[in-house]
Ligand binder design. Sequence first.
Ligand code: BES
Ligand code: ZN
Length: 849
Amino acid sequence: MKDASPQTIYLKDYTPFGWQVADVHLTVALAPNATRVKSRIHFVPNPNAPEQEFFLHGEELKLIRAAIDGEEVAPEITPQGLRCKVPSGPFLWESEVEIAPAENFALEGLYMSNGMYCTQCEAEGFRKITYYPDRPDVMATFTVRIEGDEAVKLSNGNPTDSGEGWAEWHDPWPKPAYLFALVAGDLVNHPGEFTTRSGKTVELNIWVRPGDEDKCAFGMEALKASMKWDEEVYGREYDLDIFNIVAVDDFNMGAMENKGLNIFNSSCVLASPETSTDANFERIEAIIAHEYFHNWTGNRITCRDWFQLCLKEGLTVFRDSQFTSDMRSAEVKRISDVIDLRARQFPEDQGPLSHPVRPESFQEINNFYTATVYEKGAEVIGMLKRLVGDEDYAKALDLYFERHDGDAATIEDWLTVFEDATGRDLAQFKRWYSQSGTPHLSVTEDYADGVYTLTFKQHTPPTPGQSEKAPQVLPIAVGLLNPNGDEVVPTTVLEMTEAEQSFSFDGLSSKPVPSILRGFSAPVVLERETAPEEKRFLLAHDTDAFNRWEASRDLARACLYAMITEGAGPDTAWIDALEQVVRDADLDPAFRALMLSLPTQSELAQMLHARGVTPDPDAIYAATEALKNAMAERWSALLPALREESAVTAAYSPGAEQSGKRALGNAVLALQTRLDGGKAAQAQYDAADNMTMQLSALSCLISAGAEETALAAFEAQWKDDRLVMDKWFALQVAATAPENAATRASALTERADFDWKNPNRFRAVMGSLAMNHAGFHAKDGSGYKLLADWLIKLDEKNPQTAARMCSVFQTWKRYDTQRQALMQAELERIAAKPGLSRDVTEMVTRLLS
Ligand code: BES
Ligand code: ZN
C-alpha cells in the first residue's frame, strides 16, 4: 500500500546510513503480473554513522522470503519499508519479492510499455523493485541476472554472460540505486562505435521497437559528438565497454541517465526529417548530451541526498547548454535559454512554489525537479564561471573530478573546490543556493567631468518562508557605447555584492550609452527606465547580441503595456527599427527569427501584475493580436522577400544553418497568414517535405481558422505514428483561438486515440491547454475545470505526471478576483479528493498556502 500521509523531510536532519553495501546481486525473473526479484546484499556496519535500527525502503512489494546469513527472518513491514534485527557485524541479506509491472501505471520502478519491460528509479523508484537503502549516498556495485523470453535483456555496466532465457550484467562502478536500470523486450538496435581518446573502443547502441530503426541515426551522431565534446572540453572519458540507449513510449520525463543504460522518452531520441521538427532535432541533440554528461556529473560524482539535486542537474544543464552553444550558435542559445528561464523559472520563483536552488525541505522529491533546481541551478554555475573566469573555472572542475570521483557530494563540496582552486571566498555567493526569489536590480547613471557612474540597487521580494533577503553577489556585464555607435568600453564584469553599489568609468569624452546585463549575466529582473530612443539605439548598435534582442523585447513590452492599459496604438518607431534588423541579411537568420518573437502572454501578465495592474488575459491576447497584425501590415511588402530569402533548396539537414532559415521563414509565414488568411500557409503545407515546414504551416492554418482540410490530411497521413499524432493533438489546442481552446481540448479527450495514461499524449492536450493563455484563463472557468477534472483522474494512475502539471496553477494569484476564486475552487476540489497522492497533495497545499 502506498502511504499518502504527508511527512516532511529536512536537509538539516541528514544522517548517514548505518551500513555500507559491499555488493548487490539481483535476479529478476520477469512476468507481467508476477515478476520475482531476488536480492543478495552484503551489508557492513558504517563506522561513520550513528547507531540506528536496520531499515530498508520498500513500497508496494509482496515479500516472499527474507534471510540473514542464510537464516530466515520475519521483518516488520510498514508502508514505507521494513525493519529487522540484524547482527552487529557484517552480514548477508537475502530477500525475494513479487511485483506486477503490468499494473504499474505510475511509470516508476519496473513497468511495462508496449509489451516491453523497463525501469525508472530516480528519485525513489528502486524501492518499488526490491527492499533496499534507497538513498543516493549508499553506493554499491551491482550484478544483475535477468530471466525472461525477451530477445533483448539489458542492465547497467558490461554484459558478462548469457544463455537461453537469461542474461547477466555487471557494473563495476559503485552507484546509488537510483541509477539502476533494466530493460527487456523484443527490440532492435541501431549500432555505432566510439573510440575514446585513450584508444578504447566503446560499443554504442540505440534500442528501439521494430519499425523505428530508421529514426536513430541522428541520435547516434549526437551521442558521438557528446562523447567527443566531453573529452575535449572537460577531459572526461567514457568508462565502460558499452553504452546503451533505449527508447520508451511511456515515460514521465524526457530521459534518464542510468549508468551505461540511458532510457529515453521516445519523443526525445527518435528523429527523422519527415516526422520531427528542427526544434525536436535540437532538443534530441541536447538531451542525449545531457544524459551522457551525467556519467561524470551525476554518476561518477553523485549527490549525498536529494537536497543536493542541483549539484548534478544544474551542472549538467549548464554543460549541455555549453555543448549546444558550441554545436550551434552561442548567441541564439543564450537568448533561447533566457526566454525559457523567464517563461518557466521566473513565475515559479515569484509565486507560491518558490524555493531555493537547494531546497531545505520536501514531502515528495519528484516535485522538486523544477525550473529553479535545473535552470536557475545552471544560471548559478554560469555566474560562478563569469566571476572566476574561464581558466579558473577549468581548474576548479579538474579539482572537482579529482577530489570527488566516487563520492556522494554536496553543494558545500562543490563550492569548496572553487574556493581552493581560486582562493576566493564564496560565503556570500552561496546565498544563491539558499535564498529563493528573483532579485530585482535597478540602475541610475551619472556623468560628470569625463567620469561615468552607474549606481545599482538590488532587492529581492519576499518568498514563501523567507521574508528577509540579504544582498547577493551579482556579476553585471556592462559595455559602453559612444553616441556614434562605437563601443568605448568592451564588456566588463562588475561584481556587485552590496545592496547598493556604484561603479565608475573614467576618461570618457562624452556621456556613453550603457549596455547593461549583457548576455543576461545574472538571473535578475532589470528595472531601468530608459527613453525609447536609447533602446532603439541599442537595438541598432549593441555589439552584444543578447542585449540587442533585449532592447527590442523591452520596446515590445512597453508597446504592449501601453496598448493594454491605455488603449494606445502599436509603436511604429519600434516596428521600423526592428525592420532594419530583421531585413539585415548579414545577421544569422535564427537570430532574426528570435527578434520577431513577441513576449509571451503569460510574461505580459507577470509584467502587468508586477506593475500593480491586474492582468486581463483577453486584453493581453487582443493587444498581442493587434500588434502582430500591425507588424504584418507595415511589412506587407517585406514579408514575401524575407520568405524567399529564407527558402531552403538543399536536401533537409537539421543543423543550425538550415533550421535558422526555416525559423525565420516560418516566423514570417505567421505574419503573412494575417494578411492572406492562410493562402501562403496552405501552399507551404501542400509542398512540405519535412515536419518543420508541414507543422508550422498547419499551425498558421489553425490560427487563421482555415485548418479543416489540412488537419484531416495530416491525421490521415500520420495516424499510425504516435509521436507525430502527439503534435497533431497539441497544436489544435495550442494554436486555436482562446474561445475554442477548452472545447477543442475536451473534444480531443473523447477520441479513442486519446490514450491519457501515456504522459506524452496527456501533456499534448492538457499541457497545450495551459499554454493557450487566454484559453486556459477563459472567464467562465471552463479551462480550469477541464484541467482539474483530468488531473484528478490522472492522479489515480500517475501521481508524478499529475503533480508536475499542477504547477500551471502557480500564477493564480495574479489574476482578477473572479478568476482567482475559480482557480482556488478547482485547487480545493483537487485537494479534497479522497485518496489523493502525496505528490499532488503537496503541490496543491503549496499552491493554496
Ligand atoms: N535525471 C533526470 C531525469 C529524471 C527527472 C528522473 C526527474 C526522475 C525524476 C534527467 O537527467 C533529466 O534531467 N532529464 C530532463 C531533460 C534534460 C535535458 C534537462 C528531462 O527529463 O526533462
Ligand atoms: Zn539531468
